[in-house]
Structures are given as C-alpha cells and as structure tokens.
Design a binder for this molecule. Sequence first.
Ligand SMILES: Nc1ncnc2c1ncn2[C@@H]1O[C@H](COP(=O)(O)OP(=O)(O)OP(=O)(O)O)[C@@H](O)[C@H]1O
Ligand SMILES: Nc1nc2c(c(=O)[nH]1)N=C(CO)CN2
Length: 170
Amino acid sequence: MVKTSTLHRYALALGSNRPLSAKRTPRAIVQEAAGRLGEIGRIVATGPILTTEPIGPSLREYANSALLIESRLTPPEMLRALKAIEADLGRRRHRRWGARTIDIDIILWSGGRWSNRWLHIPHRAFRTRDFVLSPLMTIAPRWSDPLSVLSIRHLHARLRKAAPLPRPRG
Ligand SMILES: Nc1ncnc2c1ncn2[C@@H]1O[C@H](COP(=O)(O)OP(=O)(O)OP(=O)(O)O)[C@@H](O)[C@H]1O
Ligand SMILES: Nc1nc2c(c(=O)[nH]1)N=C(CO)CN2
C-alpha cells in the first residue's frame, strides 16, 4: 500500500513531435505540459528542452525534456493525471510510436519500483533512450535506477559509449 499523504518525487519524461498550430510547436507544447504539471505538484527541477531525431517510424523531430515533480499523488493517480493532461493537450491514439502531440512518461519514483498491468516504474525502456537520459542527466545525474542500481549519469555514459548518437540539440 502506498499512503496518499506521503510526498512522492517523480522523474517524468516529456516528448512531442506534432504541432497543434504555428504557435503551438512541439517545444511550446512541452512547455505547456510542464505548466499543467505544476498544477498537480511542485516542480522541483526542469531539464532543457532538446531537439532530438525520431526513434521509430515517425519522421518528425521531437522536442524532449524531463522534470522532477513532488506530489502527494500515488503512482496510479499520477499516471491518471498524466493521461488527463495528454488528453487535454490533444493527444489522440495513433499508431504506436507515430507522431504525438505530447507523451508524458513516469521514469523514476522516490518509492522505487511499481509494477502492475498498467504501470511499470522504472519505465521499462528508459535505459536505452538517449532522448530521456540526456535531459534527465542535467537534473538528476545521481538518481539511481532501482533495478540496475546504476545512476542516471552512469546509464547515460553507458548508452553513449555503446551507440554514439547524434547529440540532441538544445
Ligand atoms: N512508467 C510509465 N509511464 C507511463 N505510462 C506507462 C508506464 N508504464 C506503463 N505505462 C503504460 O503504457 C501505456 C502506453 O503508453 P504510451 O501510449 O505513452 O506508449 P508509447 O509512448 O507508445 O510507448 P512507450 O511507453 O514505450 O513510450 C500507458 O497507457 C500506460 O498504462
Ligand atoms: N526522439 C524521440 N523519439 C521517440 C520518442 C521521443 O520522445 N523522442 N518517443 C517515442 C515513443 O514514446 C518514439 N520515438
């Protein structure tokens, strides 16, 4: 059981590659999403918004960022709140990994692990995603992944070593 009264800390990853209008670019949408997240908790740190090459079938560049948030929401409550923000910002269900208005994932949680049918913390794929590790690296380099027991700094360096990637642009 996770008590609702507990103050939780989450590392969240944000990504967008579908503009909503000329003004609401992926970068602006990531900023908008961060503003909305400020309504469900206290933003403790905000990573840079980086322009990244798409991984997967989409051809459009992404704006990616990460932030740390403190909130009394439990992990399932947080997931629900994130889905509501995604829906508000116009995310529609498209094909998997297709262009998306906004995707907000829970990467790490101060409570360590969480696993059920709908939610896995740590996020199952984050260790191999430079677009998650790069912005997270600037705000939480020492946060340790409870499964591999490696820090974000270590995971980031390991990934860069294994597969030198085009560096995300700030
Ligand atoms: N840590 C997590 N953060 C967010 N969603 C998660 C997490 N673990 C499991 N999920 C589940 O994954 C489902 C699909 O999420 P989403 O549509 O963002 O996937 P995707 O972006 O296509 O792929 P990926 O999760 O690999 O980024 C969500 O509805 C949610 O139930
Ligand atoms: N660069 C980049 N590529 C992606 C991203 C993303 O956020 N950034 N998200 C995906 C599905 O979640 C698939 N591919």
